[in-house]
Design a protein around this ligand. Structure first.
Ligand SMILES: *[C@@H]1O[C@H](CO)[C@@H](O)[C@H](O)[C@H]1NC(C)=O
Ligand SMILES: *[C@@H]1O[C@H](CO)[C@@H](O)[C@H](O)[C@H]1NC(C)=O
Ligand SMILES: *[C@@H]1O[C@H](CO)[C@@H](O)[C@H](O)[C@H]1NC(C)=O
Length: 915
């Protein structure tokens, strides 16, 4: 016990002292020029960030370059210029780049990275050693197609140079052939003092926004200070739309067609909201949902029909049939919404099927049907197999209307929602758990609130290799964009045709280049923008489609993405950029963080967070000048550094089940990373804790008589009541093992006073992770990272491992296994509980949590009840258990059975001597 206490306090101290480093000015480094130059040609934005930096020290030092770019964008170029020499980043197939990365790692060097920051941005950072009194120029280019939402395009530019810069400029040049209808500049950088630094000029098809703040002004914006600017500049505009058939542009053998007619009447809609009210929606989420629903109901038009379904393990409807949105019906529905409360588990399958039926029972000429699912968790009741749910729903909907899936927070299996939405011509969107969640919900609804056309088919003569051409709905405020290649580069034969159904009739828009009029020329230097736009759109759409494909087709789609990415130098999920540097310096590799929430048709691309191990470790020894955690250590008796665990053999190239990104729009922090093999342990003046230092108690002699046992649940097939069994306290247990992937998870039950685990360890290849009630340590065999349960949400990602820490839970994905470890508190005691969210196999695996749901039949339910389990008749008793794997920890009914019956084995088959 004493040892445990010492350990707790030491680790507590240690973890508490690991703080995120605010992005501060680098000492003796002068950023003398920082330019952001963004050129938007017909919605396609190419942005170049150029930072010129001088090392003002008379010795060489490492100079950092760190910028944020929109998640939706692809990096297409990175260049460093040092002493007249240029070093260009090279885009390679991810696996190939990875090899270089692995080599760099095995040499003890660090890897470069791109990581996700908040909802909309990704951070790119790298560094290079610059000689005494020398200069370096960093140049990063990224490209994106601006998406029209709610009647506007938004170009987001982030600037955080980390110090006031003498020559600071943001230049935005917008070239829209049709002219623009309005232009606004927003964002933190255009407020107060800085508003005067913004100038906008408009002239025909051209517009310019210049933002040239003086060094004095750079200290005065919101969130800015001695470290200069820190914020966003958002340029919002829309284009003139004089012709309903849309705008066609061609250049160098490629065309792009923008279609967003406005002179169409709205189509009445049939909308069904399917709302999760499971226990995990408890608190603010359910309140925000109620609030958003009340506003949405208020916005329905009288000729809309609507339905509301709420579900946990049970499905309830406001009204079994769709009803017209009359004032009295809306008032009645509002009453229903006000009374939605959270409870129970999540039966997505039954709820969505009910929604589909509701719409199918109510066919209406000239209307547009929409099904909207809002959920915050994985399916846990009824049908829980994601593939079967997807199949059921796809079959039920039969492409008759779109399904939109809104994933609330980060407990959702977003991949599952996304696939389901994409299969049903909808999109999935993440709703970030934050104070504005109700506004996000409402905002999404507004985007689909006004259907103008259904069954939109875009047809082209004289063109090939065209991007997506069929769209189930076209909504007011959005835009359909199609690009392709002109056959034989022949404009004469090229024509566009759009067929769709409007409120009253079938409509057709036909256009030829001849009637498009002379296009105002393309900006010089950007003649190939349509070709790049086509490549960008093709890649984005294929990345979405590829998820739904299997076998050879999937391979072919991936290959096409890869070929295009390599050809156009895009850093996409399948490619990486190898950042080359002057001789003798580490190679760095920039990956696109894993994609989340891809919505090819109308949405944002949201990406999963990653942050690979960064900085801190350099081959040249010595920590970089920025210090990081090292400087925060207080003197403490350092234990001897343990020998580094073996590296090598790690399958870096392997993918991992991707997961979401933490919920808050928080600021990025560096992970505290250090290497056990570094040479500068002596400088650290503090303990280096690696998992090998965790206490190992002597094996439990025997169960303490006073300790109460811990109750476990086993889910049953076919919605039957789960089974439960007890295990005596303080055992060390094998929880889950997957021999095929070297994954194993063990845990030690709390000695007394708790109903769960005091410690859980996870091993995967060379990775080790130890979780206790005070904190978490993850080591990849070379570097260790620590987390506190109550710290800011954060992510940590390497190529086969993804860790997401959010409020009292650690979401661990390793290989094909995903486990969420929850920190639970009950009666003043804390303990851990593992929830296996994704298993590597459907068959039984070694370990307590290795069993798939069991099948049993009731022999008799009269007293004493008897069940037949695995051909064995056993007497059982009715009992209850707390399901700690679910957020709300509901108390559920269960059949209490002996351990041997539940697990078909002896307890000793499940114990381990060491964690
Ligand atoms: C921005 O880029 C355009 C196109 O490359 C170039 O003509 C222009 O001079 C650049 N502006 C600045 C301020 O660098
Ligand atoms: C479409 O939205 C615009 C504003 O963005 C509005 O002026 C117009 O009336 C809307 N059209 C319909 C049919 O609701
Ligand atoms: C369409 O793509 C194929 C395969 O990349 C290519 O061979 C063909 O030339 C393309 N068509 C046109 C008109 O460029």
């Amino acid at each position: 016990m004493d040892r445990a206490l010492i350990w707790l306090s030491l680790v507590g101290f240690f973890l508490a002292s690991v703080t995120s480093e605010p992005k501060t000015k680098q000492q003796n480094v002068d950023i003398y020029s920082f330019h952001i130059n963004s050129t938007v040609t017909s919605r396609y934005a190419i942005t170049v960030i150029t930072s010129r930096v001088a090392n003002s020290l008379d010795e060489s030092q490492e100079v950092h370059f760190q910028v944020k770019i929109p998640k939706n964008a692809f990096i297409s170029k990175f260049r460093m210029t040092i002493e007249g020499k240029t070093y260009d980043g090279i885009v390679k197939q991810k696996e190939e780049a990875q090899q270089q990365y692995s080599q760099a790692v095995s040499r003890g060097q660090s890897a470069g990275l791109v990581s996700s920051v908040g909802r909309t941005l990704e951070e790119f950072k790298t560094s290079v050693t610059v000689a005494a009194l020398s200069k370096v120029t960093f140049e990063l280019t990224y490209e994106e197609l601006l998406k029209r939402r709610l009647g506007k395009y938004e170009l987001l530019i982030n600037a955080q140079p980390t110090q006031p810069v003498a020559d600071f400029k943001i230049d935005v040049h917008i070239h829209e052939n049709r002219g623009i209808s309005f232009l606004e500049v927003k964002g933190g950088l255009s407020t107060n003092e800085l508003a005067s630094a913004v100038t906008t000029t408009r002239s025909g098809p051209e517009s310019w926004v210049k933002f040239y703040p003086t060094p004095e002004q750079q200290k005065k914006c919101e969130g800015c200070g001695e470290n200069g600017l820190n914020g966003d500049l958002i340029i919002i505009y829309d284009v003139e739309r004089s012709k309903s058939e849309g705008e066609v542009r061609t250049s160098q053998g490629y065309f792009v067609h923008y279609f967003a007619p406005t002179d169409v009447q709205r189509i009445p809609k049939n909308v069904v909201f399917v709302i999760d009210r499971s226990g995990s929606m408890h608190g603010r989420k359910i309140e925000q949902t109620r609030l958003a629903m009340l506003r949405i109901l208020g916005d329905l038009s009288e000729d809309d029909y609507f339905g509301i379904i709420t579900f946990d393990s049970k499905v309830d409807t406001w009204n079994r049939e769709l009803l017209k949105a009359t004032q009295s019906n809306v008032e009645d529905a509002k009453k229903f919404v006000r009374e939605i409360t959270d409870r129970g588990s999540t039966d997505i399958n039954a709820a969505v099927l009910e929604g589909v039926e509701m719409i199918n029972r109510h066919p209406r000429e000239g209307s547009a049907s929409i099904l909207i699912l809002l959920t915050d968790g994985d399916p846990t009741a009824g049908e829980t197999n994601p593939t079967r749910i997807q199949n059921n729903i796809r079959e039920a909907i039969g492409k008759k209307f779109p399904l939109y899936c809104l994933g609330f927070g980060f407990d959702v299996d977003f991949d599952f929602l996304e696939k389901m939405a994409l299969e049903n011509e909808g999109v999935a969107r993440r709703i970030y758990e934050d104070s504005d969640a109700d506004i996000q919900l409402q905002g999404f609804y507004e985007e689909v609130a006004t259907p103008l056309l259904t069954n939109v088919q875009m047809k082209y003569t004289g063109a090939e290799n065209v991007t997506q051409t069929d769209f189930s709905h076209y909504y007011n405020g959005s835009e359909i964009v199609v690009a392709g290649q002109l056959t034989d580069n022949n404009l004469e034969t090229f024509s566009t045709e759009v067929i769709a159904i409007s409120k009253k009739e079938n409509v057709k828009y036909i256009d030829t280049i001849a009637t498009q009029g002379r296009s105002t020329g393309v900006l010089s230097g950007f003649e190939n923008f349509i070709e790049r736009l086509w490549a960008y759109l093709t890649v984005k759409q294929l990345l979405g489609k590829e998820q739904l494909l299997k076998g050879e087709k999937k391979k072919a789609a991936k290959k096409e993405v890869l070929d295009l990415s390599l050809k156009y130098n895009f850093v996409t999920p399948l490619t990486s950029m190898v950042v080359t540097k002057p001789q003798g310096e580490e190679t760095q590799v920039a990956h696109k963080p894993k994609e989340r929430g891809t919505t090819q048709r109308r949405g944002h691309i949201q990406l999963a967070g990653t942050a690979s191990i960064s900085g801190g470790i350099t081959a040249r020894g010595g920590f970089p000048s920025r210090g990081r955690i090292v400087n925060t250590y207080q003197a403490a008796p350092p234990p001897p550094p343990p020998p580094p665990p073996p590296v090598g053999g790690a399958d870096f190239a392997q993918g991992f089940p991707s997961r979401g990104f933490p919920s808050r729009d928080y600021d990025y922090h560096d992970y505290s990373v250090f290497s056990s093999s570094d040479h500068h342990v002596g400088q650290v003046n503090g303990p280096i804790f690696l998992p090998t230092f965790l206490p190992t108690h002597p094996p439990p002699t025997n169960t303490a008589p006073e300790a109460s046992p811990v109750r476990f649940l086993i889910q049953a097939q076919d919605q039957s009541e789960p089974l439960c069994y007890d295990i005596p306290a303080s055992q060390r247990l094998r929880l889950l093992q997957d021999p095929s992937s070297d994954f194993s998870m063990n845990g030690e039950l709390i000695e007394s006073g708790g109903t769960g685990f005091s410690q859980i360890t996870i091993h995967y290849k060379t990775d080790h992770m130890t979780l206790s009630t005070s904190g978490i340590i993850f080591s990849d065999g070379q570097n260790a990272v620590k987390f506190l349960w109550n710290q800011e949400p954060t992510t940590h990602e390497t190529d086969s491992v993804s860790l997401i820490l959010r409020n009292k839970e650690m979401d661990v994905s390793m290989g094909n296994t995903r486990v969420v470890i929850l920190l639970r508190e009950q009666d003043g005691n804390s303990f851990l509980w593992p929830a296996v969210r994704q298993r590597p196999s459907t068959t039984t695996l070694p370990g307590l949590f290795g069993k798939p749901p069991v099948a049993y039949t009731a022999v008799t339910l009269s007293h004493p009840p008897k069940l037949k389990i695995q051909d064995q008749e056993v007497q059982v008793s009715k009992s209850t258990a707390t399901d700690y794997s679910i957020h709300s920890a509901p108390r559920v009914g269960c059949w209490l059975v002996p351990f041997q019956v539940a697990m078909q084995g002896e307890l000793s088959d499940f114990t381990v001597s060491n964690l």
